[in-house]
Design a protein around this ligand. Structure first.
Ligand SMILES: [Zn+2]
Length: 475
């Protein structure tokens, strides 16, 4: 495989690559589709917080957006769903349905969620939410089927460009004496989303990944056909009560056709990167107050500008690009509480005196319930899906967790490909995925009940993905 690196002159090493594979004269084909999956029955719960949060109206539409690529030997579907994190069971149903109707193999479908915190549930079984479950299955499947039906000769490029000022690591070391007791009655070394006061903040406990990476596809007439973007930003939020919104992911997709002067058939989508600990709260930087949805519009607009700048770096769109994909299942052990932790949790949930309950650390009762659930869980293991895709010189990794940013950065640094995209919340959602080093620091993302699997899970996942990428390089 020949690799041509561009962009060095502008100071962005490895920031753009021409996707080229000279071994085969394959002609790439691509199809894209967006299907409206907005809820239509209300009220509907918007999961993602500790309490029920009922949505009564849709502020902006929800979509399942699909891009199908085919090099005649291999066909892959990449799908982005406006949801907090679609349940793996629902994704499997949608994939099987789509495979029956499109011929795209189930193990060549990547279905990820944006992680909007103001969206409907995916796998509830009564009332409006149950009706939504079936709309979601049908909608995800239809987006793949429609995209596959729209396959046409295409050319492709990939590049990245940084948008550093909208990503913040939300895990912080605090000044002496400022760390509150955690829900387990212990003292962590770092805190998620601390007060922004300089009296409290010491330093962030991890880095950020500023890059927006794009896969840009054009049709035979060189008109924009699809754009698949990725940014390591959890979500923006600050949405008024009761309203459902696709957050900045939806707004980005709405703006992108204008940025690229694209026609009506063009589909843009923004996937969630390794953003488990990365949010849009400007710790230590004073930001003016915003009206509802204003910050979403600001971030989406800057992300769309940045994605446009990335596409401007793509000097040549190639149609002789070959595709390959790997899927692996990994068995992980569930974390179990110690006997002591379980006993404490049972004591907390059986408390009845208001005064005593008030004295507990914040969220102690919520995490006591989660601790008991983890102790009582019948299954010892969970099987998760990992995927890696090669699109010419671009590598795509898919991880079914809220993935801590260091994991994404490590995969990008070690992939052996000039350009690597790391997608979180792909093919399911199994809680947070911290590194063992972040586990040692503690904090929300590492707590039992926010994190569910063995503490070295990220090492196993990175190792598996690196092996899969090596296989793809040698394919
Ligand atoms: Zn989250």
């Amino acid at each position: 495989m020949r690799r041509i690196l561009l962009g060095l002159a502008c100071g962005f090493s490895l920031s753009t690559s021409v996707i080229a594979d000279d071994r085969s004269p394959v002609v790439l084909r691509c199809g894209a589709a967006a299907v409206d999956i907005s809820p239509t029955q209300f009220p509907i719960n918007m999961p993602g917080g500790f309490r029920a949060n009922m949505g009564t109206r849709v502020h902006d539409p929800f979509h399942s957006r699909a891009m199908v690529l085919s090099d005649s030997m291999t066909t892959v579907a990449m799908v982005v769903v406006d949801n907090l994190g679609v349940d793996p069971e629902v994704i499997e149903e949608a994939k099987r349905l789509a495979a029956d109707q499109s011929g795209v193999p189930v193990n060549h479908m990547l279905v990820c969620s944006t992680h909007t915190h103001s969206g409907p549930p995916s796998n509830a079984n009564d009332g409006p939410a149950a009706a939504y479950r079936s709309e979601l299955v049908q909608g995800i499947a239809k987006s793949i089927v429609d995209a596959a039906a729209a396959l046409q000769p295409a050319s492709i490029g990939a590049a990245s460009h940084p948008l550093a000022d909208e990503v913040f690591n939300r895990r912080w070391f605090l000044r002496p004496g400022k760390m509150p007791i955690n829900p387990f009655g212990e003292l962590d070394q770092v805190k998620m989303n601390p007060s922004s006061s300089p009296d409290v903040l010491d330093r962030p406990a991890g880095p950020t990944d500023p890059d927006i990476t794009v896969i840009s596809v054009r049709d035979a007439k060189q008109k924009p056909l699809a754009l698949f973007a990725n940014y390591a930003l959890h979500y923006v939020g600050a949405i008024p009560n009761g309203q459902l919104s696709a957050d900045y992911f939806g707004e980005f997709s709405r703006l992108m056709p204008t940025r690229l002067r694209a026609g009506n058939d063009f589909v843009a989508m923004m996937s969630n990167g390794a953003s488990g600990d990365i949010n849009n709260i400007s710790f230590g930087v004073t930001r003016a107050p915003r009206e509802p949805f204003e910050q979403i519009r600001i971030v989406a607009s800057k992300a769309a500008d940045t994605a446009w700048m990335a596409t401007e770096k793509i000097k040549t769109y190639r149609s002789n690009v070959s595709l390959a994909m790997r899927e692996r299942e990994l068995v992980l052990n569930y974390r179990r509480p110690t006997a002591e932790q379980t006993a404490r949790a049972r004591a907390i949930v059986s408390m009845s005196e208001d005064e005593a309950i008030k004295k507990l650390p914040r969220l102690a009762t919520d995490y006591a319930r989660r601790t008991i659930k983890a102790a009582d869980r019948e299954e010892d293991t969970v099987t998760v899906k990992l995927q890696a895709i090669r699109i010419g010189d671009l590598a795509v990794c898919a991880i079914p967790f809220e993935t801590i940013v260091e994991i994404g950065l490590e995969l990008k640094a070690t992939s052996g490909f000039p350009q690597t995209m790391v997608i979180g919340l792909a093919n399911g959602r199994y809680g947070y995925l911290p590194t063992p080093a972040q586990h040692r620091l503690g904090g929300y993302e590492t707590w039992l009940g926010t994190n569910y699997v063995q503490k070295d899970a990220s090492d196993l996942i990175v190792k598996d993905l690196q092996e899969m990428l090596a296989e793809l390089r040698n394919d």
